[in-house]
Design a protein around this ligand. Structure first.
Ligand SMILES: *Cc1c(COP(=O)(O)O)cnc(C)c1O
Length: 402
């Protein structure tokens, strides 16, 4: 594949109003029209290049959206105030009363709660299935199904979905394949593999500085325009609009994403290999022991690695809590949810980010109490980090002293 998402970002040129090297920030919620006719045409969606009102679109949001569309190789994109703002508006745009969704059972806790608890209010039902088993995905499709929904690398179990094969199932049944690519920006390009719509929480790796939430929907011009439609567009009408100042700052961070992803991936692979070698139950798509290692390799833009997320299982929630508190005390990272920060972040998934999923369902999908999810940071000296983490594990008897 000669698609390189980082080149597409690098090649963008947006100048500011006075020749600035960064685009000017549009610090306005509303825009003047020279003629009343143009205002009418803009409402009707017939005046390209005119801005109306910033909930609909703004120059700063369009710059960021176009950069993310370039990254994913889609026609265009629409940014939103959060990842959930992107996910909920996509699903409500695609589905109406009595429609059905087939979703992966290992997805972000907020998405799971939305599909399981909120969408039934609108008579929209979801079947949750194991997306690594394509036979069960296809078996769950009914006449009412409109959407296949999954994450390219799932949270928190790091299962990898075969996007190419799912895309052909979606095509065969005339469904939209929607992929949340938050865990693997640059590494995997779902739209290039056949996904119809790609979503990110910009809050994580893409922004990378844990200072804001944000989201994006990447897709065809037709779909993105439908989201923004003043009469029936979910983004326009539900109103989770990103602020222009924020989109300007996320655009600046996006330019270093390739360098950061390479370092996150390098550090995560180093630690995963060490932890596995130490006898810890370690899950990382870059390990040969990962059931989807070869699948990930076949889909990836290889220079960005297998990403910054790994999990270890330390046997019990007590062990997990003790280890995380000790690592935090020794300044190896923070006991915090979220991902993509320069510091390592860790949390016990079953009692935090996946606590929306009932205990019996957690068990069934292999989510154990002792599972710690790590978002590995940009540590300059990962060997030092490993030694210090190992000391913590020895101190609480998860590993024997060597
Ligand atoms: C964080 C996250 C979301 C939600 O994004 P917000 O920006 O917090 O609304 C959705 N999907 C995945 C995979 C995430 O990690």
């Amino acid at each position: 594949m000669n698609f390189n998402p980082a080149n597409n970002i690098q090649d963008l040129q947006y100048f500011g109003e006075f020749g600035g090297v960064n685009p000017s920030i549009s610090d306005s919620s509303t825009y003047t029209f020279l003629s009343a006719k143009t205002m009418f045409d803009t409402f009707e969606g017939n005046a390209d290049g005119c801005y109306l009102y910033s909930r609909h679109s703004s120059p700063s949001n369009l710059y960021l959206g176009e950069a993310l569309a370039a990254m994913e190789g889609t026609e265009t994109a629409n940014v939103s105030a959060s990842g959930m703002g992107a996910i909920t508006s996509v699903l409500l745009q695609l589905c109406g009363s009595k429609d059905h969704i087939v979703s992966s059972r290992t997805i972000y806790g907020g998405t799971y709660a939305f599909l399981k608890n909120f969408m039934p209010r609108f008579n929209i039902k979801t079947s949750f299935v194991d997306f690594t088993d394509l036979v069960s995905v296809e078996a769950a499709i009914t006449k009412k199904t409109k959407v296949l929904y999954c994450e390219s690398v799932s949270n928190p179990l790091l299962e990898v979905t075969d996007i190419t094969k799912l895309a052909s199932i979606a095509k065969k049944h005339r469904l939209k394949l929607v992929v949340d690519n938050t865990f693997s920006p640059l590494s995997i390009s779902p739209a290039r593999l056949g996904a119809n719509i790609v979503i990110h929480s910009l809050t994580k790796f893409i922004n990378g500085s844990s200072d804001t939430v944000g989201g994006v929907v990447c897709g065809t011009r037709e779909f993105i325009n439908s989201l923004r439609n003043v009469n029936n567009g979910a983004s326009m009408l539900l109103g989770s609009t990103m602020d222009s100042l924020r989109s300007a700052s996320i655009l600046k961070n996006l330019r270093t994403l390739h360098v950061r992803m390479q370092q996150h991936s390098k550090n995560a692979l180093f630690l995963a290999e060490k932890f596995e070698n130490d006898g810890l139950k370690t899950v990382y798509p870059g390990l040969k022991s990962h059931p989807s290692h070869e699948l990930f390799k076949s889909m990836m833009n290889s220079q960005y690695g297998f990403g910054g997320m790994l999990t270890i299982d330390v046997g019990s929630l007590e062990n997990a809590n003790e280890l995380m508190e000790l690592m935090q005390n020794r300044n190896l990272g923070y006991l915090a949810v979220s991902l993509g920060f320069y510091k390592t972040l860790f949390s016990a998934s079953s009692s935090s980010t996946s606590s929306e999923i009932p205990e019996n369902e957690q068990k069934e999908m292999g989510l154990s109490d002792g599972l710690i999810r790590f978002s590995i940071g940009l540590d300059a000296d990962i060997e030092r980090t490993y030694q210090l983490m190992r000391n913590c594990m020895e101190a609480i008897h998860i590993l024997k002293k060597t």
